[in-house]
Design a protein around this ligand. Structure first.
Ligand code: E4P
Length: 219
């Protein structure tokens, strides 16, 4: 399973990328706001850090405006990085129209705010490169979010659909394990959760006791 980092925080992306485990990045307007940087500054830097799909979200609501905004975004990215841009499009009927148009022009799309397998089926039919079911937000309203990932994986497998599934809105490390067990293509994980994934108290304890014992060895 590929791991994307779900943040617009450039320092976090830089640090986690240096661990050698980051395959891409997802951002959204809230994450950009949280980063405290301008959108232009983020766009300028982010592609230099990670050589993999980078999702940037449009904020238009009409299909033609989304397509126009997507193309403006693409034009801002230096040619050598353009293969990595994925335009995040919200899951609406206007969004589907935009996805269809962008896919004809070979511009990658990530259909976001997906909360059902029917939505994921439609996004794939429109030609989405990626689809992002939001697991945590479903859990928040008392619905088992991971069930829709299971359904989407089954449906996509039944029809050899090439759209890749990005498990999004991940709230804790167990979500990542569940996504991997279901065979999801990608999990997009907030930096804090990636940091939790790397830690285990027995690892820390083991290192400490090895170092303590090493001090007692004659060299
Ligand atoms: C995915 O691409 C989104 O940026 C993200 O996973 C949203 O998660 P949230 O529900 O924590 O805001």
């Amino acid at each position: 399973m590929k791991i994307f980092v779900d943040t617009a925080d450039l320092d976090e992306i830089r640090e986690l990328a240096s661990w050698g485990i980051i395959d891409g990045v997802t951002t959204n307007p809230t994450l950009v706001k949280r980063s405290g940087r301008s959108f232009n500054e983020i766009i300028e830097e982010i592609f230099k850090i990670v050589d993999g799909p980078i999702s940037l979200e449009v904020v238009s609501e009409k299909a033609d405006d989304m397509v126009k905004e997507a193309k403006q975004l693409v034009s801002k990215i230096p040619q050598k990085y353009r293969k990595n841009i994925a335009i995040k499009i919200p899951m609406t009927s206007e969004g589907l129209k935009a996805v269809k148009k962008l896919s004809k022009e070979k511009i990658q799309t990530n259909v976001t705010l997906v909360f059902s397998s029917n939505q994921a089926l439609l996004a794939a039919k429109a030609g989405a490169t990626f689809v992002s079911p939001f697991i945590g937000r479903l859990d928040d309203i008392g619905q088992e979010g991971m069930e829709i990932v299971e359904e989407i994986m089954e449906i996509y497998t039944n029809y050899d659909i090439e759209t890749e599934v990005i498990v999004a809105s991940i709230r804790h490390p167990i979500h990542v394990i569940e996504a991997a067990r279901l065979g999801a293509d990608i999990a997009t994980v907030p930096p804090g959760i990636i940091r939790k994934m790397v830690k285990h108290s027995l690892t820390d304890k083991g290192i400490k006791s090895f170092l303590d014992d090493w001090k007692k060895v004659k060299k």
